[in-house]
Design a protein around this ligand. Structure first.
Ligand code: 13P
Length: 287
């Protein structure tokens, strides 16, 4: 079923757990993510956005993701990730996306406010919620590059408060030391800084770049208002590793289906593992 509205996000923020946001690139990743959500019985946000649109075709991927979500026994959101183009945001809203991310993080503050405000206005007509970003995250969303340095452009708590009030945005992606993709050294989040942002803004926070994040950093973030966590590189790595292992047995018979199935199942298993990491923890667990 389609997961509409922000109740699940708000509940997660209040209870110290989070919804995972996973990227769908094609049929097999949509199937793997849906299977993981159903196996866990937990809500999941499928992120189908500009990068994957270039591979799968925008209309095709939009239809695939929405159709799978509507048929699923688990609550699935379908979300435009890193939307920088208001026309593309409108296309996704009109198609029935449950949420969009408007990414004006590369723009000057006032321009970020303007584009975000307009995305919020458009989303309201379609019953969708909006995530925006303030602060800059190093690294690439679809390819993990070596030597990514930790973020220095942290989200300013007071600016964040001003931004949320001015735009009416429903969730805010923040930069608190997080980076996209894997890094050579473990990432340390500035949890005090995150707590200051959490105190200053009334909406759930979003953590991008959570692949490979030490679990204590992650749980520290969940205890400080983070209610949606984006993980992608971990699933890409699992998919590639499974296809590498399967390739020798697939080659003799030109059995391409077994290769794709291995990738799909690896995405499912890796997603399930992340869902477990973000799910409510037993009472007394560390925060
Ligand atoms: P990773 O690159 O750490 O997997 O994070 C994904 C993400 O935040 C995409 O927006």
């Amino acid at each position: 079923m389609l997961l509409r509205g922000t109740d699940a996000l708000k509940e997660a923020a209040a209870a110290g757990h989070a919804l995972p946001g996973f990227v769908a690139y094609n049929l097999e990743t949509v199937q793997g993510l849906t299977a993981a959500a159903e196996a866990a019985g937990r809500p999941v946000i499928i992120r189908a956005g500009s990068g994957p649109f270039k591979h799968a075709g925008r209309e095709a991927l939009i239809r695939l993701a929405l159709d799978a979500a509507a048929r699923s026994t688990a609550p699935l959101g379908v979300h435009l990730d890193h939307g920088r183009d208001l026309d593309e945001i409108t296309v996704c809203l009109e198609a029935g996306y449950t949420s969009v991310m408007v990414d004006g993080s590369h723009l000057p503050f006032v321009e970020n406010i303007a584009v975000t405000k307009e995305a919020v206005r458009r989303a309201r007509d379609h019953g969708a919620w909006v995530e925006a970003e303030l602060g800059a995250l190093p690294g690439d969303e679809d390819v993990s590059t070596d030597g990514v340095a930790q973020s220095t452009a942290m989200t300013d708590p007071q600016q964040a408060a001003e931004f949320v009030a001015a735009t009416g945005v429903d969730a805010l992606a923040v930069a608190v030391g997080n980076v996209h993709g894997f890094t050579k050294h473990p990432v340390r989040l500035d949890l005090e800084w995150l707590a200051a942002i959490h105190e200053a803004v009334p909406v759930p926070l979003v953590l991008h770049g959570a692949s490979g994040l030490p679990v204590e950093e992650l749980h520290g973030a969940l205890a400080r208002g983070v209610a949606k966590v984006n993980v992608n590189a971990e699933l890409r790595r699992a998919c590639l590793e499974a296809t590498r292992v399967t390739l020798p047995s697939a080659l003799p018979g030109s059995d391409v289906v077994s290769l794709w199935a291995a990738g799909r199942d690896a995405v499912r298993d890796a997603a399930l593992e992340v869902i477990g990491r973000l799910s409510p923890r037993p009472a007394g667990a560390d925060a």
